[in-house]
Design a protein around this ligand. Structure first.
Ligand SMILES: *Cc1c(COP(=O)(O)O)cnc(C)c1O
Length: 227
């Protein structure tokens, strides 16, 4: 546990340095601790150390951990099947992985049934890798314009994942492009769309992501160790 405390301290020091390069401060960047495969005891300890946001990429593990630690803020960051929508909606503070229209429809439908709004980020496949989830940059406009038909959705920003690469500098162009897309579309008045967040950067490349405007970083192994 000493490890986790130290990891968090080092992480926040580096976040502060990266944020300063972008004329911001550490508190402008929200840390989502990615706790997939981490046991509840370690998550609880991390919560006690002051981290309040946790991310999971599998619904089953997510709902199990929400039941164990309902007072934490949980984020869904992985691919979401439409038949699992009912298990996460209203239980997570943010879904980062809205990556296709039929999921948007399923979320809106369930939200109407539950009489709640659903905060989401649009996952964008900036790198164009075929195996990667997310909508293509050229499809963002029509997606955002159509969301007027899904009044329970709240699109609060964009999320992306850079290609795997040992050199974080290679992620920079993708993060820069997503920030440019956010700036471009936030100038337009679109119903149910309020683009304030950019969820980008993981253990490998979070500093570059912050320099390029990330407001949320998703960090797992740097906090909990490799697993
Ligand atoms: C696992 C995961 C992360 C965190 O990865 P680390 O390299 O452990 O920091 C971030 N985002 C998503 C979508 C993930 O699945």
């Amino acid at each position: 546990m000493q490890d986790i405390a130290n990891n968090i301290k080092v992480l926040y020091d580096k976040i502060g340095l990266a944020a300063a390069k972008n004329n911001r401060i550490a508190s402008d960047v929200e840390v989502v601790a990615v706790s997939k495969t981490v046991d509840i005891v370690a998550v609880e300890e991390t919560l006690r150390l002051g981290i309040t946001n946790f991310g999971e990429n599998r619904v089953q593990e997510l709902t199990r951990k929400i039941s164990a630690l309902p007072h934490a803020n949980w984020h869904m960051i992985g691919r979401l099947q439409t038949n699992k929508v009912k298990d996460v909606i209203g239980k997570v503070v943010l879904i980062h992985s809205l990556d296709r229209w039929n999921l948007a429809e399923a979320l809106n439908k369930r939200a109407e049934y539950d009489d709640i709004d659903v905060p989401v980020l649009l996952q964008v496949n900036v790198s164009g890798e075929e195996q990667k989830a997310g909508i293509k940059p050229q499809d963002i406009r029509s997606f955002l314009e159509s969301v007027i038909d899904l009044p329970r959705l709240r699109i609060l920003g964009f999320m992306t994942m850079a290609p795997e690469d040992d050199n974080p500098e290679n992620a920079r162009p993708y993060f820069r492009e997503l920030n440019a897309l956010k700036i471009k579309f936030s100038k337009e008045k679109l119903a149910n769309v309020n683009l304030k967040h950019l969820s980008m950067g993981m253990s490998q490349d979070y500093e570059v992501a912050i320099e390029e405007g990330a407001t949320i970083i998703r960090v797992g192994s740097l906090i909990f160790g490799k697993r």
